[in-house]
Design a protein around this ligand. Structure first.
Ligand code: SF4
Length: 333
C-alpha cells in the first residue's frame, strides 16, 4: 500500500474525466479538426474558460538525467542508438547535479520538474537512484515527473512511494500510423505501462508528436486515443516534430501552423480538464503561432534553455511573450 496521503484532487479529476458524456472516436475528432477555424477556436476557448483560469500558464522544466544510447528506434529521436545524430551516450546524472538543476528551475519560476532518461525501461538499480532523485526534488517543493520508458507494476509503485506526481509516457501517434515510427515496442506495451502508472495512483502525462508525415486522420486518431483513456491524462504534451539531422524524419514535410493549432484545440475540447502542454518544437514557432496555441487551449509549456536534447526558447523570451500576452504563471495548487 502507498505511504502517500490521499490526494483528493486526484479523485476529483477522475470523477470529472470519467463522467464525460461519451468517448471520442477518430471520426468525431476529425469533425472537430474540419470545423471553420474561428468556430473551433471559440469552442476551445469556451471549454478552456469553463475549466481553467483563462490567462494562466503552467511552467515545467525538463532535465535529461540520462542522455543518448537508447536501444529503441523511435524515428524522431536523436537519442536512439539506431541513428547517427551526434548525441553521445551519457551516464545517469548524480543526485547532486539533479538537485542543483531543480533548485535553478524553481528559482526561475518552474512549478514542475521533469526528469527524462533514454532507456527502453529502467533496471532496478537505476530505478532506485531515480526514486532518490524524485524524493529530493519533491523536498524542494516542486511537483515531480519522470519519463523512463516502460515500467513494470512494482516499479511504478516504488516511484509513487518516493513521491512521484506524474509519469510521462507518450502514445506518440495513432495506432494505425505507429508502425511507421517505432518497431521496438508495441502500442500495447505503451498502454500497459500507462495502466501500471494509473494503478500506482500516479498522475499520467501522455501525449504525442505531430508533423511526422502523418495524415489528418492519424492526428485525429492520436487525440481520440488519448481522450478515450479512462480517465484521460491529467497532462497532455503536444509535441511538434523537431527535425533532427540523422534521424529518419530529418526531411519530413513541415506541418502547417494552423493544422498544429487545430490539433491543440482538439486536445483541449476532448480533454477539458487536462493541462495541454505546448512541448517540443516551440522554438521553431513565432510568437503569433504560440499565442494562437494558447488561445486554442494550451496552458502549459516547457520552460528553460533545453528540452531533452533539443534547444528551447530562452527564459527571457518566454517572459517577454507572457508579458506581451498578459499571461501569468500558474502556481502549484
Ligand atoms: S523517444 Fe525515448 S524510447 Fe524512443 S529512442 Fe528516444 S529516448 Fe529511446
Amino acid at each position: 500500500m502507498s505511504s502517500q496521503p490521499i490526494d483528493t484532487s486526484r479523485i476529483e479529476f477522475r470523477k470529472a474525466a470519467t463522467a464525460r458524456e461519451c468517448a471520442w472516436s477518430t471520426e468525431a475528432v476529425l469533425e472537430l479538426l474540419a470545423m471553420p477555424f474561428a468556430d473551433l477556436m471559440f469552442r476551445a476557448q469556451e471549454v478552456h474558460r469553463a475549466n481553467f483560469e483563462a490567462n494562466q500558464i503552467q511552467r515545467s522544466t525538463l532535465l535529461s538525467i540520462k542522455t543518448g544510447g537508447c536501444p529503441e528506434d523511435c524515428a524522431y529521436c536523436p537519442q536512439s542508438l539506431h541513428f547517427d545524430t551526434g548525441v553521445k551516450a551519457q551516464k545517469l546524472l548524480e543526485l547532486s547535479e539533479v538537485v542543483e538543476a531543480a533548485q535553478a528551475a524553481k528559482r526561475h519560476g518552474a512549478t514542475r520538474f521533469c526528469m527524462g532518461a533514454a532507456w527502453r525501461s529502467p533496471n532496478q538499480r537505476d530505478l532506485e537512484r531515480v526514486a532518490e532523485m524524485v524524493a529530493a526534488v519533491k523536498n524542494l517543493g516542486l511537483e515531480t515527473c519522470v519519463t523512463l520508458g516502460m515500467l513494470e507494476a512494482h516499479q511504478a509503485r516504488q516511484l509513487r512511494e518516493a513521491g512521484l506526481d506524474y509519469y510521462n509516457h507518450n502514445l506518440d501517434t495513432s495506432p494505425e500510423f505507429y508502425g511507421e515510427i517505432i518497431s521496438t515496442r508495441t502500442y500495447q506495451d505503451r498502454l500497459d505501462t500507462l495502466q501500471h502508472v494509473r494503478d500506482a495512483d500516479i498522475r499520467v502525462c501522455c501525449g504525442g508528436i505531430v508533423g511526422m508525415g502523418e495524415s489528418v486522420r492519424a492526428r485525429a486518431g492520436l487525440i481520440a486515443q488519448l481522450a478515450s483513456l479512462d480517465p484521460y491524462p491529467e497532462s497532455v504534451p503536444i509535441n511538434h516534430l523537431v527535425r533532427v539531422a540523422g534521424t529518419p524524419l530529418a526531411a519530413a514535410a513541415a506541418l502547417d501552423g494552423i493544422d498544429f493549432v487545430r490539433t491543440i484545440a482538439a486536445a483541449r475540447i476532448t480533454m477539458p480538464r487536462a493541462m495541454v502542454r505546448l512541448s517540443a518544437g516551440r522554438e521553431q514557432m513565432d510568437e503569433a503561432l504560440q499565442a494562437l496555441c494558447f488561445l486554442a487551449g494550451a496552458n502549459s509549456i516547457f520552460y528553460g534553455d533545453r528540452l531533452l536534447t533539443t534547444s528551447n526558447p530562452q527564459i527571457v523570451r518566454d517572459q517577454a511573450l507572457f508579458a506581451k500576452l498578459g499571461v501569468s504563471a500558474t502556481e502549484i495548487s
